[in-house]
Design a binder for this molecule. Structure first.
Ligand code: SAT
Ligand code: MN
Length: 592
């Protein structure tokens, strides 16, 4: 094993723990070279050229997509794999009944055998990264060792990567230890293992985003939620946005939705004409780290620095800010390639180009009978490209959150918007969130499952205890955000009742009015809903009948829903907080 000039310890010489750990992992995986990433522009250019030369990235047309490349992942490696994702705690109970669990000794041994010499003939990139703004008390440092140049480049987009992270770390031993090796990519040798008791993540056998960009779901959510419980904060699968009124007052909201349910679109929303003078600013599109502030409010930062967004369906109508964001300096994954070196995906334009190479590089036209882009095709773009980026996206103090929104993809039952009666009821709404599965994870699409707080695949410990932690946060928040539930996806006769996208601004406006105590509401047995006239529907192309159906509270459907909540809670019975079981009974009693 050789390294670029300095030995595997590289620039970590000042941090003995880091130097020793990198040396040890290099001895385990035996790469030919160890390269420390500094996060510089020069490095990004050099690694991109190396990846192009190796056929790992395809350069796109320099005029049409300056600074952009395309990556095609292996067809068996295109989404998160929940069944191969493990929480490895000493006791199985700590991981809880809905996580996959493996004993740490077994996981270290099994993966250790695969990692022994697993980087032979390859380069190990040492990727130091910072989750959160530099100098912020919210922020945490991770080091990812990876033999994928695609991962090193993507981490440079998604996080504050390189020297900035080493500077923040200094001599501290407190960094997340991430190790990623692609191995031969065979699904039989694919495991994503989290060791929260050791602040360690080992990921092998994949090269797909959510499995391998370890700062994202693995560190910021699974280990993040573990740290957050211990330290009294929340690590959540939430976008953060600011809504600025024509008077210049900005209100910040955080919203949890399962993967591929429109978080990026909502975070970049462009208000409809009716809301001239209003502006939505993006703070984050996927993850929020939230802490009680000295003022008793809940404050949030986006720990990431880029977007790993779903490409299909993104276009100038649905998300013009995303289209501007991905116009340059973006890595596309599993999209189609046009003849003139640009990208395409389903929904980008009404008609596909005549001829394409599909996401697997095969010739495609509209008679091919398959999609040109993979349904979970992604773009990886720096947040600084976003024309709607909030001035406070990098504020070390975060932004104060006035409302929390929980949303799922539900074709029935759940109304357009509902406000909880109080914090406990709001936690109940989050804890019972249901959603139809999407292409973001392998498995059947369109099946309803409970996805509490949109964290089912991402909570690093027992779900009942997680709910207990949420409930306990109220004591630290004399001035808590108001909690809402929304559903943009209700259907009648197979068609969506609500247009979504920019029109969601109408719902956000009501949520803000309620959060700031400016608007009334109607009480139902299930929560507060807008009164007739509370939602501004002027200029909206939706019939009164459809709007009513989208907003309706269907009591028989809710009785079924609460019965299914009962089954869900039974699964968590060992640690389910009594308050939530009682909430359910109270709602059932109200329904009569
Ligand atoms: O693939 S990721 O997990 O990063 C995206 C998502 O599923 O939310
Ligand atoms: Mn996500």
């Amino acid at each position: 094993m050789t390294s670029k000039s300095r030995g595997p310890a590289g620039p970590a010489a000042g941090n003995a723990t880091l130097a020793a750990w990198v040396t040890q992992q290099a001895a385990r995986t035996k790469p030919d070279r160890v390269v420390w990433c500094d996060g510089s522009e020069e490095e990004r250019r050099r690694l991109t050229l190396e990846a192009i030369a190796a056929g790992i990235l395809v350069p796109l047309d320099r005029q049409k997509r300056p600074g952009c490349t395309l990556h095609r992942s292996h067809p068996n490696d295109v989404a998160r794999v929940e069944q191969l994702t493990y929480v490895c705690t000493r006791s199985e109970e700590a991981a809880g009944p809905v996580n996959h669990w493996m004993a740490p000794s077994e996981a270290y041994a099994r993966l250790g055998r695969l990692l022994d010499g697993g980087m032979t003939g390859r380069t190990m990139y040492v990727v130091p990264y910072l989750m959160g703004p530099p100098g912020s008390k919210f922020s945490k440092v991770g080091i990812e060792l990876t033999d994928s140049v695609y991962v090193a480049l993507s981490m440079g987009v998604m996080t504050r990567m390189g020297s900035v992270a080493l500077e923040q770390l200094g001599e501290s031993p407190a960094f997340n230890r991430g190790l990623h090796a692609m191995l031969d990519g065979h699904p039989d040798r694919r495991f994503i293992c989290h060791f929260p008791e050791d602040d360690t993540i080992w990921s092998v056998g994949s090269n797909y985003g959510g499995n391998v960009l370890l700062g994202k779901k693995c560190f910021a959510l699974r280990l993040g939620s573990w740290l957050a419980r211990a330290e009294g904060w929340l690590a959540e699968h939430m976008l953060i946005l600011g809504v600025e009124s024509p008077e210049g007052q900005t209100t910040y909201l955080a919203a949890a939705f399962p993967s591929a349910c429109g978080k990026t679109n909502l975070a970049m929303l462009v208000p409809p004409r009716r809301f001239a003078g209003w502006k939505v600013w993006t703070v984050g599109d996927d993850i929020a780290w939230l802490r009680p502030g000295p003022d008793g409010r809940l404050w949030a930062v986006n720990p990431e620095a880029g977007y790993f967004g779903v490409a299909p369906g993104t276009n100038e109508e649905t998300n013009p800010n995303a289209m501007a964001t991905i116009a340059h300096d973006t890595i596309f994954t599993n999209v189609a390639l046009t003849e003139d070196g640009d990208v395409w995906w389903e929904g980008m334009t009404p008609e596909p180009p005549d001829r394409l190479l599909d996401w697997q590089g095969r010739p495609w036209d509209k008679h091919s009978g398959r999609t040109a882009a993979h349904p979970n095709a992604r773009f990886t773009s720096p947040m600084k490209n976003n024309p709607a980026l909030s001035r406070r996206a990098g504020d070390p103090g975060g932004v104060p959150i006035s409302a929390i929104i929980f949303g799922g993809r539900r074709s029935d039952t759940v109304p357009l918007v509902l406000q909880s009666f109080n914090w406990t009821h709001g936690v109940f709404l989050g804890a019972t969130l249901g959603s139809e599965t999407t292409a973001a994870a392998t498995g059947e699409v369109g099946v309803i499952r409970r996805d509490p707080m949109a964290m089912l695949p991402f909570c690093g410990y027992d779900m009942g205890e997680y709910f207990g932690h949420w409930l306990s946060m109220q004591r630290a928040l004399p001035n808590p955000p108001k909690i809402f539930q929304v559903n943009w996806f209700r259907k009648k006769d197979g068609r969506f009742l609500w247009p979504g996208y920019g029109e969601n601004m109408r719902v956000l406006a009501w949520i803000i009015d309620r959060a700031l105590g400016r608007s009334g509401a109607r009480e139902t047995p299930l929560g507060w809903v807008p009164r007739a006239g509370d939602l501004d529907l002027a200029g909206l192309d939706v019939s009164a009948e459809d709007f009513e159906a989208a907003a309706a509270i269907d009591l028989p459907a809710w009785r079924r829903e609460l019965a299914s909540d009962g089954e869900w809670f039974a699964k968590l019975s060992r640690t389910l907080p009594r308050e939530l079981a009682l909430q359910r009974e109270l709602l059932l009693a109200r329904l009569g």
